[in-house]
Design a protein around this ligand. Sequence first.
Ligand code: FA5
Length: 338
Amino acid sequence: MTKQLLLADLETAATMESIEQIRIKYLGRKGLITNLAKETDFSKFSQEEKKSFGQKLNELKIFATEQIEKAFERVKDLESGAVKMVRLVDLTVPGSVRSLGSMHPITMVQLELEQIFEGMGFAVLDSPEIETEFNNFEAINIPKDHPARDMQDTFWLKNDLVLRTHTSANQVRTLLRFGVPVRAIFPGRCFRYESIDPSHENTFYQSEGLMVDENVSVANLIGVMKTLLSEIFRRDVKVRLRPGFFPFVEPGFELDLNCMFCGGVGCSTCGDGWIELIPCGLVHPSVLEFGGIDPKRYSGFAFGLGLTRLAMMRFGIRDIRHFNSGDVRFYEQFAPIL
Ligand code: FA5
């Protein structure tokens, strides 16, 4: 009984002080265990009983001493740990605020674009930045020595590989992989060896769009472009469609956006008041053939949206060079990732 009482007392004791009180309660001069001997009338005990009582009392004292010792050790460890913690950590110092970082403005526009196109039933595809010369040029109707190769100054690699100059390089791969009908966009980074100015970078983003099915016409192309622009800019924007030459479309167009910085009068960002944004057109029959599609039965449209330039217009960034600058002050201006 005494043993159980002692253990219950020790279990709730959390300080050296309280354990000392327990020691006094049981083993002190007037303690419960000490008193057991004093309060017992030995006169009625036989010699044998006296011996056995003495032994049990002794065992009880040893048990109590050991348990109290253990409790002292346990609390000593805790207290010294806590004291160490207080010495190491100054709990009065205000917490440091961790910067959350922000999403790159091109990524933000790309995600918006993907959402818009997914809403129109387009798949979003990944595509390689290192391409074969064949996919980047030949497969989309730009044979060797064709003057159109001059339009895109190219970073050539070894083994007929190039850093892709445009996302159109993934057109034929997509046709071969998915067949028809197909509706997909493939955003990604492109590279051109050209001199840099406020609207030209050597490393920039485009997003290709491709839709091939029966009876796809310029009307479908214009409908999709209108949906895209009104959703991205959340208001009416002024655009112009003019003929444009690209060997992989027929007919081909340039869709230009009225410059949002100068309202169309001309400035250092746009030059003549218009930003060349989305070249597009109907997929050339020979590209369909390279993709294994019968051009007599199927038609389609393709566009190559300048994603970096779209981000400039969307966020009012006047100089393209900020994007690759690595200057944290620029990136910090965009919404944090939550
Ligand atoms: C092309 O790259 C064609 N592949 C686009 C195309 C696709 C046409 C499908 C028809 C059908 P272009 O060279 O014009 O076209 O580039 C497309 C867009 O990429 C441009 O309108 C522009 O917004 C962007 N762009 C081109 N060069 C740069 C550059 N150096 N820096 C930033 N953006 C650029």
